[in-house]
Design a protein around this ligand. Sequence first.
Ligand code: FES
Length: 139
Amino acid sequence: MAEATTPGADTALPLCASAELVERGRAKVWDVMLWRGRTTAFALRFEGRVVAYINRCAHVPTEMDWQPGEFLDQDRRWILCSIHGAAYEPADGRCVGGPCGRGRLMAIATEERDGQVYWYPSPDIRPAPEPAADPAPAP
Ligand code: FES
């Protein structure tokens, strides 16, 4: 008999097809719950590996992308915050320049297998519930 599983800290959740994440290309952005608040996370491919972080700058807790899914600088070398230009190392999320100081991005564990990218929730970062459907228009 198959066991029902509830997403937990050790449950890999499907994120996207591997082919969606091209080297240093546009990131996959998705909703998560960080502690009790809804926010976004992003995953991108850098040096062949999929890395994922909470979309929240270490300088001011705000989203960083220039355009939806665009996090890398013009040379596709650094993750660059669009607000004040903090630069982060894509491989590990640490601040390498700008106003993020000794901060770093909050990493999310990922795994890639069989052409699919998965992410792992943690005690702090959980799957976001589906947004509530718009109420039916009044008659
Ligand atoms: S909010 Fe990102 S550098 Fe200031």
